[in-house]
Write a protein that binds this ligand. Sequence first.
Ligand code: TA6
Length: 313
Amino acid sequence: MDSDQKATVEMMKDSYGLDHVLLREPRGASARVYLFGGQVTSWKNERQEELLFMSSKALFKPPKAIRGGIPICFPQFGNSGSLEQHGFARNKFWTIDNNPPPLPANDYHNKAIVDLILKSNDDDLKSWPYCFELRLRVALAPGGDLTLISRIRNIDSKSFTFSFAYHTYFCVSDISEVRIEGLETLDYLDNLQDKERFTEQSDAITFESEVDRVYLSTPTKIAILDHEKKRTFVLRKDGLPDAVVWNPWEKKAKAIVDFGDDEYKHMLCVDGAAIEKPITLRPGEEWKGRIELSAVASSYCSGQLDPQRVLEG
Ligand code: TA6
């Protein structure tokens, strides 16, 4: 597509018969959003490089969640109580939202956009007895920035409380050459040590073994620097105070059926999330949580790039 063309939104079916939407912007970037799970499964830059991790063993067989991309974790992150791990939103079929929130022209000029919705049904009510509407807007901007906005409305007659995460699998060249900037000095809950609370001591997060943490009260912007690819992912978030950082490393990777034994080397989950302080909505109230992902060239090589500049830019 050349630059004077418009952004496009195409309904497609994959080889498994699953419906998805292909978003393309004029300079060639694209994103795929599956109606199953309301899940972004692909985000490519103008050079058709895949920026999100998708396991080669991912099962596109509902109701099993697709291993990769950006699964939506709602109404819970984690596995407490009667709900399945990370809730049921990623295991359900969503539909195109025919009554989407307004599209302010200046926000969405020439962006490729799809609006999806998941409404509570009788089956959901058995495991989570609250009526809700979960809307997801996915917008691909000229140049390739990807925005996800979720809106959760309580349409019940009683309040409910939930936690939420965009469980984002970034594609990285080599996890041992990746660092995260923006979480230093923060407290985190360590899922590998019974969710015990610690304070991050290092001036950047690097990876030599399994990491499974929820960083608390994190900044709006987090940078993920891929040294080998000279690429920095910038995650901007609103309404999502926490950030999950997860890499299963070798032993855990081998134990996950829909995950290749060596794939831990090429992925890193950094999730915009609301976990420490679950959100309570009274009847009629709505919550909104947003992430914006961008991938910028970074000449980060032994300190040349000032990560702080990326975070402040
Ligand atoms: O903190 C991230 C995490 O909860 C890990 O413990 C691991 O279970 C990961 O999510 C993947 O979960 P899933 O249900 O997608 O296999």
